[in-house]
Write a protein of this length. Structure first.
Length: 399
């Protein structure tokens, strides 16, 4: 059976994390992706956070560009623009994440292309969108965490606002973008028409915080800096040290709290006025938290996980990235995928693939991330350019 996006061609101008990972999700489901890169350096992620010998194939690049072919094209040359227009003639989707207005300056904007290709789906991914006073500003994940209110809800009062160590805005924007493109392709099936998709990282960051914004706008409630405490402010939902590590306990409902206190040998305390009800525990949060914290130090993390989980209390060990990367269940579910290295014979690399399973025709890896310009000649020949012309392109810096 064909995969969901088999037969779909995407011309991908994007780089870094958000948009490339979005396109990769479609490629995992069968879409053909032509990745357009500048002849010098290519996608800046090729060298981002890279400690390897080859500065063009960083791990983050390997993880964002499975199932893609790379062609190098200088978009500032007239021949380069002509090549792109030829490619787009047979494309279903164009994805770009340049600063707003860049594609228009190159003569490759949606308004121009939609005239001669009305079924084209044109997706732009930027920090702040295609319109408005901040439309042309550059943006990275950290800046959007600050601008969106995320950092105002992350950290301790002693440390002040902090950003996360990972890139939640980039990755959420990737999934948001993949969904938007999928919806546009579904719409095209019934209408025969393409459309312009404008994805902003700031918009996505607000969507990720939908519950918090709803609480504030409608009732004036703000989370603030709670550290590891729950937004519910229940002192029985927090991170607690054990005799050999730390665990996250989330006992919020009254039955959960009663079970927790019984498990830690403090059931009698729930008869006290300051411990009896959710409201009382919030009011008396210092004593309640201290009671649980002191009890948790008496056993190991493994012992508490076994005891509490078996009684229906949400609990989890706080694990490190190295520990999670070795989780057998994640490997069995295909979250991680391992392949031969495109650089070294006998070596392999492992990256994240997708966060779901399908019983048929699910996400599949057909090829690893491409070397810079690896498929330039192959792609140009497939679009009707002969070898002599291609050599001319290479000699003049077009490709």
């Amino acid at each position: 059976m064909p995969q969901a996006f088999e037969g779909i061609r995407i011309v991908d101008f994007s780089q870094v994390l958000a948009a490339p990972f979005a396109v990769m999700q479609l490629a995992l489901l069968g879409a053909e992706v032509i990745k357009v890169e500048h002849p010098v350096g290519g996608d800046q992620t090729r060298g981002l956070m890279n400690t390897g010998a080859d500065q063009g194939m960083a791990p983050s690049f390997l993880g964002m560009n499975l199932n893609k072919k790379s062609i190098t094209v200088n978009l500032k040359s007239s021949d380069g623009v002509a090549i792109i227009k030829k490619m787009i003639e047979s494309a279903d989707v164009v994805v770009e994440n340049f600063k707003a207005g860049t594609m228009e300056q190159l003569g490759l904007g949606y308004d121009v292309m939609a005239v001669w290709k009305p079924d084209l789906i044109f997706c732009s991914v930027t920090g702040y969108g295609q319109t408005g006073p901040r439309a042309g500003e550059a943006a990275y994940d950290g800046a959007i965490q600050a601008a969106s209110g995320m950092m105002s809800q992350n950290g301790h009062t002693s440390t002040g606002p902090t950003r996360t160590g990972y890139m939640p805005v980039d990755m959420a924007t990737a999934l948001n973008t993949a969904f938007a493109i999928s919806a546009a392709l579904y719409r095209k099936l019934s209408t025969g028409l393409g459309q312009r998709i404008d994805v902003a990282m700031l918009d996505t960051a607000v969507v990720v915080q939908a519950a918090q914004f709803s609480n504030y706008i409608n009732q004036g409630n703000l989370v603030g800096l709670l550290g590891n405490a729950s937004p519910t402010r229940q002192p029985t939902a927090n991170v607690f040290e054990t005799s050999d590590g730390s665990i996250q306990v989330t006992a919020i409902r009254q039955p959960q709290v009663e079970t927790l206190f019984k498990a830690i040998g403090e059931a009698a305390r729930l008869t006290e006025p300051g411990f009896a009800t959710p409201a009382a525990r919030i009011e008396n949060h210092i004593d309640v938290h201290a009671t649980v914290a002191q009890a948790m130090l008496k056993k190991t993390t493994k012992q508490w996980i076994t005891t509490l989980a078996s009684q229906g209390i949400p609990v989890a060990e706080i694990k490190s990235v190295p520990e999670v990367s070795k989780d057998k269940s994640l490997h069995e579910r295909g979250v991680f995928t391992t392949h031969d290295s495109p650089l070294d014979d006998g070596e392999s690399f492992t990256v994240v693939k997708a966060g779901y399973l399908l019983d048929q025709d699910g996400p599949q890896v057909r090829s690893v991330a491409p070397l810079l310009g690896q498929h330039t000649e192959e792609i140009l020949i497939s679009f009707g350019f002969d070898r002599e012309v291609i050599q001319g392109f290479k000699a003049t810096g077009v490709c």
